[in-house]
Design a binder for this molecule. Sequence first.
Ligand code: G4P
Length: 193
Amino acid sequence: MKELMERIENDGHVLGEGVLKVDSFVTHQVDPVLMEKIGKQFAACFADRQITKVVTIEASGIAPALFAAQHLGVPMVFARKSKSLTMNEELLTADVYSFTKQTTSTISISRKFLSAEDNVLIVDDFLANGQAAKGLIELCRQAGAHVDGIGIVIEKSFQDGRQLLEEMGLKVVSLARIDSLSDGKVTFLKEDA
Ligand code: G4P
């Protein structure tokens, strides 16, 4: 997605150790106009797939997932990273290891919001090592739901996430694919859409 890549070039900042800061339009302050276009693009890519739910993980996955869900005309469900006070029903849970933070967290979705009838599109803002996506796939598996594909806003192609997901037989659609962040410079691979 050309507009997204231009925005990354103009407003993204490369931090040390392969990290891209996009907090002025994706991960902290959010640009709703760009996000809406991102959601629309995901919806177009999966328009003929009979998606019944878009699933993501809080916090930064919510904005692109919500717009994708709006354009597909289906609900969006986000996995929580900590248990909500009102979550007293049965939960689907999975452990997610973060290589970045070197911590494991338990993510959860209420069983009532995912079922064996669901055909799921997973959406997230970043794909690095793929552990968050793997956790979301596990929640879907526990519910008996089918994962149809994965929509990623920014893929760090120099990390293992995409390979991991493709080895699971999943279709990955990334709107920006970063080849390298070396020397403080962003270089891209050909994007999926
Ligand atoms: P993984 O899920 O692909 O394995 O990623 P990893 O453990 O490496 O990353 C953990 C968190 O860091 C995730 O967000 C992920 O989206 C984010 N992240 C990974 N690489 C980058 C990067 O280069 N830039 C930015 N800005 N974020 C990155 P999170 O901690 O769950 O954050 P949030 O969604 O709650 O804000």
